[in-house]
Design a binder for this molecule. Structure first.
Ligand code: ZN
Length: 504
């Protein structure tokens, strides 16, 4: 899905695509081949051009975009060439469809849509109907057929970014399944990218470029998941010609608006949590490839080292702060309250569940001092504390949401205090090896910094639970001193931070 999706996204942003040889190599790798021969490449490009021409011809004939065109075709059909030969990759070529990737060792399938979709045929029938030859009921009949069988959404709906089903670059009736497959594909490609992105005799700059592209795709995958959190499914429905008001169309099972299915929202959140740990998820280059991770510099002929940890940190920071933004929380609340207390309404994702699952997912196994905590985990903890703090300080947020955010801040604070106590209680630090002790010292300092961050919002008033009363200084200090030099340093750091309101 790499090149065409990029092309379309860049086109929508009015930027020119930037073709590079390594992109083709990447594409070949996605197809599970070392490289394409000339005939395969020609067939591939030809099929892609045909799908683009079908789309553009649709515009010429008056059709608008329909970004729900991908929803009408099942995952099973997408992997069966005889099925897509009839149905296409979606019910409309007026969607922006990504490449339909074959599974490794799987059967041959259509990578691009080979035919126009059922929705396109109906839309053309409606627009070009022979008014003299058909009865007056023909047009409403076409509209009814459209209402019964097809979901639509246009560019304007897409811009609202409220309905996650209204999405570009996804495939099939289960878009989260598509994103889960994408995730697995990225992991697979990353493993062998050093070999596939550089040709024999070629510069390793191509490898750095391919890694950068793949990380860009990984970020886009995360950004595609965000609208699912608190997503609201909207439909163009009309009151029936015959039925009473409020019953919708003849198809009474549909609502004009409803929460996106809760299982899809939960799966989107789980996948997002995996993206927040790109190293352990296998989304970063393997260690053995790191010596070759160079990219083109700013000037022709230059090379520069790629700062991979900074790129990974940037990825998690963008995704976590977006997931915990005021706008996202408001959207989840809006979705939760959408249908009131109607017992027949489908279940919604509550703000409470969303926040607690996200925070618990980021914290992972908590702050066990016995474990060595990787630097990326420390970054995640700090990013979480900062994001929650910023949320809590947004006084325009509905009060119930702020209260729920405060609950999570308290949870995080309790975990931090528990981690510090766990370290302080250990009296066998002196007997441990130097390396082990260094990691415990580091964890101790990390937790002290986290506590300092949290103390800014948890000490707003004397009644408020805050870091200091939870672990009284009188109790903590002697323990820390007797336990090790490192804990007393951590305590001193916290005490200084707390007394001068240090912003970290
Ligand atoms: Zn178009």
């Amino acid at each position: 899905m790499l090149q065409l999706s990029d092309f379309r996204r860049q086109r929508s942003q009015r930027k020119a695509p930037r073709p590079r040889r390594s992109s083709l190599s990447l594409l070949s790798e996605l197809f599970g081949k070392k490289s394409m021969n000339a005939a395969e490449l020609e067939a591939f490009v030809g099929a892609g051009l045909r799908s683009v021409v079908m789309h553009e011809t649709g515009h010429i004939l008056g059709l608008r975009h329909n970004f729900k065109g991908s929803l009408g075709v099942s995952a099973e059909c997408l992997q069966t060439i005889s099925c897509t030969a009839e149905q296409g990759l979606g019910v409309s070529v007026m969607d922006y469809l990504p490449l339909n990737m074959p599974s490794e060792g799987g059967p041959e399938i259509h990578v691009f849509s080979p035919v126009i979709g059922a929705y396109d045929k109906l839309a053309i029938r409606y627009g070009y109907i022979d008014m003299e030859a058909y009865s007056a009921t023909e047009l409403p009949g076409v509209l009814q057929e459209a209402a019964d069988n097809f979901d639509i959404c246009t560019d304007a709906d897409y811009e609202l970014a409220e309905d996650p089903f209204c999405a570009m670059e996804d495939l099939g009736e289960d878009p989260i399944q598509f994103h889960e497959n994408q995730f697995e594909e990225f992991v697979r490609v990353q493993r062998s990218l050093l070999l596939t992105a550089t040709t024999p005799g070629g510069s390793y700059k191509d490898y750095g470029y391919a890694v950068r592209r793949l990380l860009g795709q990984t970020l886009m995958l995360g950004e595609d998941l965000l609208p699912w959190l608190g997503g609201i499914r909207s439909r163009y429905l009309h009151r029936s010609l015959l039925g009473p008001a409020g019953t919708g169309t003849e198809n009474r099972t549909q609502r004009a608006r409803e929460p996106a299915p809760i299982d899809l929202q939960r799966r989107a959140l789980l996948l997002l949590l995996r993206l927040l740990r790109p190293r352990s998820a296998g989304l970063l280059p393997p260690d053995e490839s790191l010596p070759y991770l160079v990219d083109a510099g700013g000037n022709e002929g230059e090379i520069m080292s790629v700062d991979l940890p900074a790129k990974a940190r940037n990825l998690t920071q963008i995704l976590l702060s977006s997931a915990l933004s005021s706008a996202r929380l408001r959207q989840v609340l809006k979705q939760e309250q959408l249908l009131g207390l109607d017992p027949t309404a489908p279940p919604a994702l509550s703000v409470s569940e969303f926040l607690s699952e996200l925070v618990a997912g980021v914290l992972g196994q908590g702050f066990e001092a016995s474990q060595e905590v990787p630097p990326e985990e420390m970054d995640l903890h700090m990013q979480l504390a900062v994001a929650l703090k910023v949320l809590f300080q947004d006084q325009a947020l509905p009060a119930e949401v702020r209260a729920l955010v405060l609950q999570q801040l308290r949870q995080l604070s309790a975990a931090t205090e528990s981690g510090l106590l766990h370290i302080a209680a250990k009296d066998d630090l002196e007997r441990k090896g130097r390396q082990k002790r260094a990691s415990v010292d580091l964890m101790n300092s990390h937790l002290a910094l986290l506590r300092s961050e949290l103390s800014e919002v948890l000490c707003l008033s004397p009644e408020e639970i805050c870091s200091s009363p939870r672990v009284p200084a009188q109790t903590m200090a002697p323990k820390a001193r007797s336990a090790s030099r490192s804990t007393s340093v951590a305590y001193a750091l916290w005490a200084v931070g707390a007394s001068i309101g240090l912003r970290l």
